[in-house]
Design a protein around this ligand. Structure first.
Ligand code: AMP
Length: 379
């Protein structure tokens, strides 16, 4: 730990990663690493709360990283819902564009990601509450025009009181075309058939991912652990069956050719895929009812053809979920007005690495400036 007296920044080292943070943040400890960099837990002496600090290391190092960082930062500022991670602060320790290296995002601190929770034996109360919150967060994203398409347990975090927040904003509209140069392995197990097969999509593309997460909570293992898109498609149809002709007709010719030439599968009933023994074991009448409701919901979410898959609104009204229904959470009345629609031109923008560097730097400096003014103003 070394203190930079002049600017009041302190440096911490975790393995190969250095965190340089304003001295208001103390007691840093490493929490996790994602595709973009490392996350630390810390205590904020100004607001007197625990926070998570995520370091985006040289986010402009290539175009894919840059676009993702820029988009995430913009969206975090835009969105405001208790089931989506909120931005508390953002800074860069470097003071000029020439020196600019890293962006740090400060967020609310949560206890664990969903990968850890899935391993646990969850009762129906907890399982349905977690699913309800995912659906509320997703609905809020949709209301801002953001369709996630890449929800997965590592990007969902929870607290021990069972509250849940979605950590990221998924794929940009143009994400499929960019090449990611990172040693970090991208998890695709939760991606919907329409994403895997490169079809058009609508909001209920995110329901598939919720179905995969719910199924994994019940089964205790990943439902469709494909090594690549082709293997994953095989895992899906082996379990759920070959989709109908009307689905095939909506595929691009080359994909359709592949999909139609796969062996035909009948698929299994949901009673076989998720037998009674997998559900919370308490054998009271109440829990048997819950198990059949849970299975019914799964059978409506894990539907290959999005035209026949349940919508987010329908899922929120399903008897397994509806027990938690609260209008102010579902329809996201928040301090900030309902989010203005996200400007999707960001997703389509093409810039050089140097231009991205400048754009990201400007966003962070603007944020720091605005926050500074807000803090100085008398209340
Ligand atoms: P990310 O880089 O956003 O994918 O985050 C990587 C990992 O860091 C997540 O899977 C979590 O385990 C952890 N993490 C990220 N943000 C938080 C947070 N706000 N609170 C607690 N843990 C977090």
């Amino acid at each position: 730990m070394a203190e930079d007296e002049a600017r009041n920044y302190t440096s911490y080292t975790f393995g190969d990663t250095e965190f340089i943070v304003p001295s208001r943040y103390i007691e840093l400890s490493a929490r996790g690493t994602g595709a973009q960099g490392m996350v630390c837990a810390a205590y904020d002496t100004v607001t007197q709360q625990n926070v998570a600090i995520k370091k985006l290391s040289r986010p402009f190092q290539n175009v894919t990283h840059a676009k993702r960082a820029y988009r995430e930062f913009k969206l975090m500022k835009l969105v405001n819902h208790k089931n989506i991670i909120g931005l508390l602060n953002a800074f860069t320790p470097q003071r000029t564009l020439e020196e600019f290296q890293d962006v740090y995002l400060v967020m609310e601190l949560m206890d664990a990601n969903l990968c850890q929770v899935i391993q646990m034996d969850l009762d129906h109360e907890r399982m349905s509450y977690l699913l309800y919150q995912m659906l509320c967060g997703i609905k809020h994203l949709h209301s801002a025009g953001i369709i996630h398409r890449d929800l997965k347990p590592s990007n969902i975090v929870v607290k021990s009181d069972c509250t849940l927040k979605i950590l990221d904003f998924g794929l940009a509209r143009t994400a499929g075309t960019t090449f990611m140069m990172t040693p970090y392995v991208v998890t695709r197990y939760y991606r919907a058939p329409e994403v895997i097969l490169g079809m058009g999509y609508k909001e209920n593309v995110d329901i598939w991912s919720v179905g995969c997460i719910m199924g994994e909570m019940i089964r205790g293992g990943v439902l469709f652990p494909g090594t690549d898109h082709i293997d994953q498609w095989n895992k899906i149809i082996e379990q759920l069956g070959t989709p109908s002709q009307s689905f095939m007709q909506r595929l691009q010719p080359t994909v359709r050719n592949y999909v139609e030439n796969r062996p035909r599968y009948q698929g299994y009933s949901f009673d076989r895929l998720f037998p009674d023994v997998l559900f919370p074991s308490d054998s009271s009448e109440h829990n048997r009812l819950k198990a059949s409701q849970a299975r019914d919901l799964l059978s409506k979410m894990l539907v290959v053809d999005p035209e026949h898959r349940i919508s987010v609104d329908q899922a929120l009204l399903h008897s397994y979920i509806y027990v938690w229904y609260d209008e102010s959470e579902v329809n996201a009345v928040s301090i900030k007005p309902a989010p203005g629609p996200y400007d999707h031109s960001v997703d389509e923008r093409e810039h050089t690495v140097e231009q991205w560097k400048e754009l990201i730097y400007q966003e962070v400096v603007d944020y720091e400036g605005r926050n500074h003014v807000e803090q100085e103003q008398p209340r």
